[in-house]
Structure formats: structure tokens, C-alpha cells
Design a protein around this ligand. Structure first.
Ligand code: 4AD
Length: 465
């Protein structure tokens, strides 16, 4: 017997009259006085459940009448045209085999009613059974497939950069240490410092905050690469945009400048948003109805309009003169906070902005110094509703300028030996960016908090499951 995913049944892949087997979980059950039960059965393969009709002539009809939300079933049935409104096809059950009951249906945490998003977060192991998290999961998958496709079609190689690393790429000190030292008996040097030479790697090691530096080494040989992997930041930010563990996509391109990489970011975002609209119309209709009524229209707008390029210096002028009372005061040199980014993207422009050429003092050591000696060739993509989703730059490829920068920042050349080698042996201008995957999924779905677009969010104080 064909195991038929619900998505295929509803799409009409099986002829009316054909016998199929569907496997899934009960979302709802209602009984008719005429002696039949209607079971909405979902299997995660699409937004809608399929309606299964079970007649009282089935030998286990008494059991069927006790089915509640969450019970698992294997149903053998005949495909038929639906008599009711809504879906065109439904299933006439010839056999309903009950695989797993739900104990104490009254206390089943995912009983069929609307739950708050915070409640669902507390039941992260059961929440994939809900409409909303099911839809997020399918859109997340669609986005990641589209990202791989986008790069593959353009000749990029996917490079796996290490998760355990010795370098703090962003220099922000938000590192999780990886150590096998016995916390009760930490070895120390003669000076009283922790003796990391006795640790597993013979030195200090951390979870990576970004695959960029390793990515650069491959770009400077393979020309066009990207990474797609988990990254970790021990920043104590309890916001709707920050996670301690998040996924990042980092393309890195040799012989590319800031303009090239900004265009790549725009093309990629348009490509993946188009893929979601085409491939996940069912889920996007749900998000537009329940989460954000502009969920679809703003993606359509993003695809059809040019992103606005804006210089940091111009943005500061706009913010200073807009007459708004910001919590964080505005002046040249500040790091834009989310209220500034949101004002610019939502109110001032109303579309994604590619903000460029930031003051060097607020940016990382590897960014290329502009001719003004004050700014670096950096760019952030700011999306309405969420703020920064991409951060990138042209990298400093000139060894002498790079060394000056290291010195200025109090960093040692020895620590960057292998990175400096790229500048010593056949250096090339190169550029790249990092896309925060959860911020992208939140933007596309309209979900308010990145904790609801990753299966098991890691945030300060939360590492259950
Ligand atoms: O701007 P960031 O720190 O850039 C880098 O890490 C560069 N090395 C990227 C590169 O040029 N290859 O981070 C890039 C993106 C941000 O724009 C944001 O979307 C996301 O990563 N991000 C986070 N997402 C969730 N939680 C956090 N704590 C995040 N920190 C950064």
C-alpha cells in the first residue's frame, strides 16, 4: 500500500477511488449524529490536515470515538471528492489503526486551542505539532534549501568551517570557552594564571562566533565560497533578536569589493524570498492571516524594489534632523541601535537599506580602511520590522595597513600569523558578509522573536532539552 504524505493527497497526486495509507496525528475529531467521525489528520508535510471520514461500520469505531488531539494513526482509505467546502479531496477510511493514545487528554499540553507563543516556548518539544511552529519549520527549511541553491547556481562552494576555534573573529569578547579542565582543580602557571597548556587543545579554545576568517582562507584559493553553520555568542542580550546559538550564512568572494558584496546580499535576499512565496504559499497565507497582515505584501515589495544604499554619515544626518526623541542620542561615531535602524528602515525609507561605510572605531579589525582614514568599507542590511539581518565588509588586503590596524587595536601580529599569510602570498581584494539565519526567518514569517524560529533556542539562562 502506498504511504501517501498528506501534501500529496491534497495536491491530487492520487486518483479519486485510489487506496492510500496516510500516517500522522489527530488534530481534531468531531462526530456526526449520522454515525460517522471526521478526523483532521496532519503529518507536517503541508499546512493543512487531511479530512478522514470514519464510518461506524469500522470494527474499532468505539475506539475511534475516543480519539483526541495528538493521537497517532495509520489510516488506509479511499481518495474521494469532498462534499463539503474547503478542500477538494478527502479520505474514506477502510481501516484506522491507532498507534499511540494520548494519556490524560484533558492535560495534554498541545490540546487543540490557541496557545500563547510564550506558552509554546515552554513546551519546545511539543510545539512542532502546532500550526504556527509547523509553518515556521517548513519556511525555515525552504529558506535554507533556497540559500544553498542560490550559491550553488552561482558557482560557490560550501565550506565547513570549524565550530571549535582559537580566534575571536568579531573581537567583541563574547566567547564560550571550550575546556576539559577540571573546574575543581584548575592547573595554574607560576604567575597564577590558568595553565591552558594542560587543556585539551594545549591552548585556550572557544565556540566560533563566525566562520569568516577561515572562510577567507578558502575564498583566497577557491574564489567564491560560503559557510552555513551554527555560531555562538555569549552576549547577555535578552532581546527578541539575539540568541546565544544561531545559524549564519557567510559568503566570501575574492576579487570583490563592497559594492559587489552589497549586490550579492540584495540578490540573495530577493531570491530566497521569491522561493518562499512560490513554494510555501500555504504557510505564508497563514502568517499573513495570523501573525502579520503584511507578511506577503512586504516580501513582494522587497522582491520588486531596489534596496536603498545609504552612507552611515548620511544616516546620522537624517537621524539628527528627523525631530525624533531617541532613547540613545545620535552623533557621528555611535553604533546605531535598533531604534535608529528601525526608524531608518521603517519610517524613513520603508524598504531594506544597505548602510555603508561605518566609522572604523566601531567596527572589527579586519575591515578595509577607506581613503578618508576614518571609515571602513563595511555594510549592514537593515530590514523593516527587524533591523540588521546582514553584516559584512570588504576585508583589508594590504599587509602594511592591516598591521597598522592590529597595532592600533592592541592586537598581536603573532596571533594572526595565518591570517596575515593571506596578505603576504598573492593577496587580493575580497569581501563577504554574514546573514543571521534566524533573523531572516523571523523577517520572512513576521514572527516577533527569533526564539520562535529556531527549534530549541539558547538564550541566557535557557539550555533545556
Ligand atoms: O554583524 P556580525 O557580527 O558579522 C559577523 O559575524 C561577520 N564575521 C560576518 C561576515 O562578514 N562574514 O553578524 C552577522 C549577522 C548579523 O547581521 C545578525 O543578523 C546575526 O549575524 N547575528 C545574530 N543573530 C542572532 N543572535 C545573535 N546574538 C546575533 N549576532 C549576530
Amino acid at each position: 500500500m502506498t504511504h501517501a504524505p498528506v501534501v500529496d493527497v491534497l495536491a491530487g497526486k492520487y486518483a479519486v477511488g485510489e487506496t492510500v495509507t496516510v500516517k500522522g496525528w489527530v488534530r481534531t475529531r468531531r462526530d456526526s449524529k449520522a454515525g460517522l467521525s471526521f478526523i483532521a489528520l496532519h503529518d507536517g508535510s503541508c499546512f493543512d490536515p487531511v479530512q478522514v471520514i470514519a464510518l461506524n461500520t469500522l470494527p474499532n469505531y468505539a475506539d475511534i470515538q475516543r480519539l483526541t488531539a495528538g493521537c497517532s494513526l495509520v489510516v488506509t482509505a479511499t481518495v474521494k471528492e469532498s462534499e463539503g467546502q474547503g478542500q477538494a479531496l478527502e479520505l474514506d477510511a477502510t481501516e484506522v489503526s491507532i498507534v499511540g493514545w494520548v494519556e490524560n487528554p484533558d492535560t495534554y499540553p498541545m490540546a487543540a486551542k490557541r496557545h500563547s507563543i510564550e506558552y509554546l516556548r515552554e513546551h519546545a518539544h511539543l510545539r512542532p505539532r502546532t500550526n504556527v511552529i509547523g509553518a515556521v519549520t517548513r519556511v525555515r527549511n525552504c529558506l535554507s534549501q533556497a540559500i544553498h541553491r542560490f550559491f550553488h547556481e552561482r558557482g560557490y562552494f560550501w565550506v565547513s568551517t570549524p565550530i571549535i576555534t582559537a580566534s575571536d573573529t568579531e573581537g567583541a569578547g563574547e566567547l564560550f570557552r571550550v575546556s576539559t579542565l577540571d573546574m575543581m582543580n584548575i592547573p595554574t602557571t607560576e604567575q597564577g594564571d590558568v595553565d591552558y597548556s594542560q587543556d585539551f587543545f594545549g591552548r585556550e579554545a572557544y565556540l566560533t562566533v563566525s566562520g569568516q576568517l577561515n572562510g577567507e582562507t578558502y575564498a583566497c584559493a577557491m574564489s567564491k565560497i560560503y559557510t552555513f553553520g551554527p555560531t555562538f555568542r555569549a552576549e547577555n542580550s535578552n532581546t527578541s533578536r539575539h540568541l546565544a546559538e544561531f545559524w549564519m550564512i557567510e559568503p566570501e568572494v575574492a576579487f570583490a569589493d563592497l559594492g559587489d558584496i552589497a549586490q550579492l546580499a540584495e540578490d540573495m535576499l530577493k531570491y530566497v524570498c521569491k522561493a518562499v512565496l512560490e513554494e510555501r504559499a500555504d504557510d505564508m497565507a497563514f502568517f499573513a492571516q495570523r501573525i502579520n497582515k503584511e507578511a506577503i505584501s512586504r516580501l513582494e515589495k522587497l522582491i520588486s524594489s531596489d534596496f536603498v544604499r545609504m552612507d552611515y554619515t548620511d544616516a546620522i544626518e537624517i537621524l539628527e534632523n528627523c525631530g525624533k526623541d531617541f532613547e540613545f542620542p545620535v552623533s557621528w561615531g555611535i553604533d546605531l541601535s535598533s531604534e535608529h535602524e528601525r526608524y531608518l528602515a521603517e519610517e524613513h525609507v520603508g524598504a531594506p537599506i544597505i548602510m555603508q561605510n561605518y566609522p572604523k572605531d566601531i567596527k572589527a579589525f579586519y575591515m578595509r580602511l577607506n581613503d578618508d582614514n576614518k571609515t571602513v568599507a563595511a555594510m549592514d542590511v537593515l530590514a523593516p520590522g527587524i533591523g540588521e539581518i546582514i553584516g559584512g565588509s570588504q576585508r583589508e588586503e594590504r599587509l602594511d595597513v592591516f598591521d597598522d590596524r592590529l597595532e592600533e587595536m592592541g592586537l598581536s601580529k603573532e596571533d594572526y600569523g595565518w591570517y596575515r599569510d593571506l596578505r603576504r602570498y598573492g593577496t587580493v581584494p575580497h569581501s563577504g558578509f554574514g546573514l543571521g539565519f534566524e533573523r531572516l526567518v523571523a523577517y520572512v514569517t513576521g514572527m516577533q522573536n527569533v526564539r520562535d524560529v529556531i527549534p530549541f533556542p539558547r538564550t541566557p539562562g535557557n539550555a533545556s532539552y
